[in-house]
Design a protein around this ligand. Structure first.
Ligand code: MV4
Length: 483
């Protein structure tokens, strides 16, 4: 008997629209909350019910007591947190449970465990996941850290135990700079996360960032849905994500799947989750982090596996068993996702809110667009700059890259600057085409890219003008002849 018939989506933008779509296909009523600046969002229009959260737009999607109270008043059975905002907030998951509302995600205990990078590493090591040499508890002093670093061997990396997005992280190449960088990492961690615990581990130069998608139900069934290469990042923000990782040995791929699924089974994990690994040049793999939420890049996995991850999360939260065994999951082709951001490459990719004055979306075979952008939409300044994701699919890597180039050229957005020109440069880059990239790719390539990017638009306008001139001159001649 279904327990979940009405879901509140504690999020906004493209992921809110994504969850609404999943609910519709499951005949579940969708409820969204929205801040004062989000009234024009299409997800607000598409949700079956929408409730405003008045006050400071920044807090609207973070005030979990208010959201839980609203969910109860709207008689929602469950809440889906999406990604970002409250999606990895254990207190939010606890508040839902306390109020008898199903949290569509893992247990609060697992959210808390994997929110602590030291406890995560220790837990994963215990269940047989390879980890990098380093400390298994917070450093008590820079002196202790330096001594351990000398044992490990430089370079090492200092990381905030409760950090994220690269904050509270410092790479140390020499002993004499350890104390300064330790203090910087600790201060940054305190500033952004109000926690100062830091640890140290061996630093891998330019590894690849490869992650494994997990789905687990409440009966102990755990499957993986393949892997994703997310190495193309800018300042710890993923820019392009690919499934499966191109250019990876089969034995490495199998080992990634084996350790990830075994670990999640042993830990009794439930719901969707992603185990992130660092893979070095010799394809040794090491646990990096575990994400206890659906991720931005989930569409590339959905496309190559044919499995709707949001719907499966809702079914798992409803107490259903997984409907497929590992051997029934088949993967085909390659999918590449391009995050479309309203940002200005000429201003160090600073977010650039504003109104979209022209909008033409790509389409055709192998193109998926998860976006809330439309002509006339005003992107608010209060949230992150991603306005959508362009995902392409083809049966082989070369075909996927070619399709990406075609779709990116077809995509036309005016009124605000976007990173479309950047993506158009990436898909033309020979190293990208040859699937030769790691986490150092972006920094290595950025200076070689021409980010003017308007050449595509100029060519189309020029062609249009010539055709218009041709028609008017034909009309003039016709008039002459008629006389
Ligand atoms: C690392 C690493 C190399 N060695 N850890 C951790 C947070 C994530 N966003 C990036 N992280 C990394 N952890 C060890 N031991 C490389 C990365 C990494 C990275 C580090 C610095 C600058 C850019 C990076 C991009 C991807 C991964």
């Amino acid at each position: 008997m279904k327990k979940i018939n009405k879901v509140l989506i504690a999020n906004r933008g493209e992921i809110a629209l994504r969850i609404i779509r999943a609910c519709k296909e499951l005949d579940i009523t969708s409820v969204c909350v929205f801040s004062e600046v989000d009234l024009e969002g299409i997800w607000v229009k598409k949700a079956d019910e929408a409730y405003p959260i008045m006050g400071n737009p920044i807090d609207a999607y973070l005030d979990y007591e208010r959201i839980v109270t609203l969910a109860k008043k709207a008689e929602c059975d469950a809440i889906h947190p999406g990604y970002g905002f409250l999606s990895e907030n254990a207190d939010f998951a606890r508040a839902c449970k306390r109020e008898g509302i199903i949290f569509i995600g893992p247990s609060a205990e697992h959210i808390a465990l994997f929110g602590d990078k030291i406890a995560s590493k220790n837990a994963m090591a215990e269940v047989g996941v390879p980890i990098l040499p380093g400390t298994d508890e917070p450093l008590s002093s820079p002196e202790e850290g330096e001594a351990i670093a000398k044992e490990i061997g430089f370079p090492v990396i200092i990381k905030a135990a409760f950090g994220g997005g690269g904050r509270g992280m410092r790479i140390v190449y020499k002993a004499k700079e350890f104390k300064k960088l330790f203090d910087e990492a600790q201060n940054e961690s305190m500033k952004y996360f109000a926690r100062d615990e830091v640890f140290v581990e061996k630093y891998l130069e330019n590894p690849r960032h490869i992650e494994v998608q997990i789905l687990a139900d409440s009966f102990g069934n755990v499957v993986h849905l393949g892997d994703r290469d997310c190495s193309i990042q800018r300042r710890h923000q993923k820019v392009v994500e690919i499934a499966p990782a191109p250019n990876l040995k089969d034995e490495t791929r199998k080992e990634l799947y084996r350790v990830a699924t075994k670990a999640m089974f042993k830990l009794g994990y439930e719901s969707a989750g992603t185990v992130e690994f660092l893979v070095d040049q010799d394809e040794n793999l090491y646990f990096m982090e575990m994400n206890t939420r659906i991720q931005v890049e989930h569409p590339v996995t959905e496309i190559i596996s044919g499995i709707d991850l949001i719907q499966r999360m809702i079914e798992i939260a409803d107490g259903d068993k997984l409907k497929f065994l590992q051997e029934e999951i088949k993967f085909s082709g390659y999918a590449i996702e391009f995050r479309i951001n309203a940002e200005d490459a000429q201003k160090d990719f600073a977010p650039h809110p504003g109104t979209i004055t022209e909008y033409l979306s790509p389409g055709g075979p192998g193109v998926r667009l998860d976006t809330i952008a439309y002509k006339g939409y005003t992107i608010p300044a209060f949230y992150d700059s991603m306005i959508g994701k362009l995902i392409v699919f083809a049966i082989d890597w070369e075909g996927a890259v070619k399709k990406a180039e075609r779709a990116l050229c077809e995509y036309h957005i005016a009124g605000i600057p976007t990173n479309l020109p950047l993506h158009r440069q990436i898909v033309k880059d020979q190293d990208f085409k040859d699937a030769r990239f790691d986490t150092g790719y972006f920094d290595k390539k950025l200076s070689t890219f021409n980010l003017e990017g308007q050449e595509q638009g100029k060519r189309e306008e020029e062609k249009y003008r010539k055709l218009a001139d041709l028609i008017s001159s034909i009309k003039k001649n016709q008039v002459k002849v008629r006389q």
